[in-house]
Write a protein that binds this ligand. Structure first.
Ligand code: ATP
Ligand code: MG
Length: 402
């Protein structure tokens, strides 16, 4: 197979391949970018694999950075944006079901391709667009199948994260998981417990942001992997139901939206919501955003979105929450939300025309009273019960508290 319209991202990198070849080494495009090109999907990172060892790559190019030299990866900066070049390698060991104990650099592309996870990810492309396909990856792309390279049982035993990757690609591409590969996931599902939560998180979120998260969720359940993911084990029925909602075709657009949808749909209280997010090691910023956004989701669906909800969440999170309510045909128009936000007299506390010092000047005793009074004024301004002018706010305090 030959690619005729080589995407621009590759064209830019061809001089790098040529330079490596001029030095009598081999170099190919590999991995997801080749797969996505054949599928006519947009590509993001262009990965290059080469028979040259890292030191040899560094000798060929002027500007390089050791981004992952112990795994054989060097970043070349000579041609505009950086390109990662990884030496062909084999892996062995895998004592911890995740990282290989030994990485060995090799000179043959075929040996490098053998360590890759799925046939559709085991394709290489040379500088002329010729596809090199040792494992019938092109056929599997045509048949829309995710199939392990080699013996699936062995491959998941080596690296249990691959099971989550299979599920992720089933959603991202709307592909089926080949039957032996699926059976092997089922067989080895408990090995997922050996994988760092952060890695499971990344794959889970990519799955939810794929084309068919409904398929991903069902695969997660049917393969039994769900039992070994953090938190979800007690929510299998609800997750199954969620898979029948209108969640496909990129309606979910960000990680915040993924978590808010789950929190809303699984009907989590505040404590459970925190538990879920903590169990996936989400950052505190993510947790804060999700809590605010989930509140907005609930309020929109209950038809009780208030100025205060919009103020607390801010415009971006309110719009993100609104996106999720589309799944249930409960969304508001974006213009309506923007107007709600624009019409807020203040967007943050510091926009108030008076502050603590003004209150002390009026004779209020310094202390906690000041803070609660400011919060009271803030709320009244948000609800348009007070006008945010110095005179109005001062009069309010004078008339009620002095
Ligand atoms: P994406 O579109 O998410 O970037 P990708 O296929 O490029 O998808 P990466 O995680 O970027 O996935 O990995 C690049 C390539 O490295 C894969 O296509 C695959 O060939 C190989 N690979 C990545 N992770 C593994 C793994 N755990 N086991 C075996 N091969 C892997
Ligand atoms: Mg990639």
């Amino acid at each position: 197979m030959k690619i005729n319209n080589i995407p621009e991202e590759f064209i830019q990198a061809i001089p790098i391949l040529e330079k490596i070849e001029d030095n009598n080494y081999e170099a190919y495009f590999v991995g997801g970018s080749v797969r996505d090109t054949i599928l006519n999907l947009p590509i993001h990172d262009v990965d290059i694999a080469s028979s040259a060892y890292p030191e040899e790559i560094k000798a060929i190019f002027n500007k390089t950075v050791d981004t992952g030299i112990q795994h054989g990866t060097v970043m070349v900066l000579d041609h505009g944006s950086g390109y990662e070049i990884t030496t062909f390698r084999t892996e062995s060991g895998y004592q911890d079901y995740r990282r290989p104990d030994h990485v060995e650099f090799v000179r043959s592309l075929k040996d490098d391709i053998k360590r890759r996870d799925f046939t559709i990810n085991a394709l290489a492309m040379d500088k002329n667009g010729e596809i090199i396909d040792f494992y019938e990856g092109i056929d599997d792309l045509k048949n829309q199948l995710i199939k392990a390279v080699g013996d699936a049982n062995q491959r998941f035993n080596e690296d249990a994260l691959r099971m989550m990757r299979a599920i992720r690609f089933s959603s991202k591409l709307d592909f089926s998981i080949e039957s032996k590969t699926f059976a092997a996931i089922n067989e080895h599902s408990e090995l997922l417990q050996k994988i760092a939560v952060e890695r499971i998180n990344v794959e889970f979120i990519k799955m939810m942001l794929g084309l068919k998260p409904s398929k991903g969720i069902l695969n997660l359940i049917d393969s039994n992997l769900i039992k070994f993911t953090p938190f979800f084990n007690s929510y299998i029925n609800k997750l199954k139901k969620l898979s029948s909602e209108k969640i496909d075709d990129n309606i979910i657009q960000s990680e915040i939206q993924v978590w808010s949808l789950l929190s809303y749909y699984l009907n989590l209280d505040n404590k459970e919501e925190h538990k879920m997010l903590k169990s996936y090691k989400c950052s505190n910023k993510m947790i804060n955003d999700v809590v605010l956004s989930t509140n907005v989701v609930r309020k929109i669906i209950l038809n009780s979105l208030s100025n205060q909800d919009v103020y607390n969440a801010g415009l971006d999170l309110t719009l993100q929450a609104n996106q999720i309510t589309k799944i249930f045909n409960e969304n508001l128009s974006e213009n309506y939300i923007k107007t709600l936000y624009d019409d807020l007299q203040i967007k943050q506390k510091s926009d108030l025309k008076i502050d603590g010092k003004d209150l002390i000047y009026l004779g209020i005793h310094p202390g906690p009273k000041i803070g609660s009074l400011i919060s009271d004024i803030e709320l009244k301004v948000i609800n348009n019960e007070l006008t945010n002018t110095f005179d109005d706010l001062i009069n309010y305090v004078k008339n009620n508290f002095v």
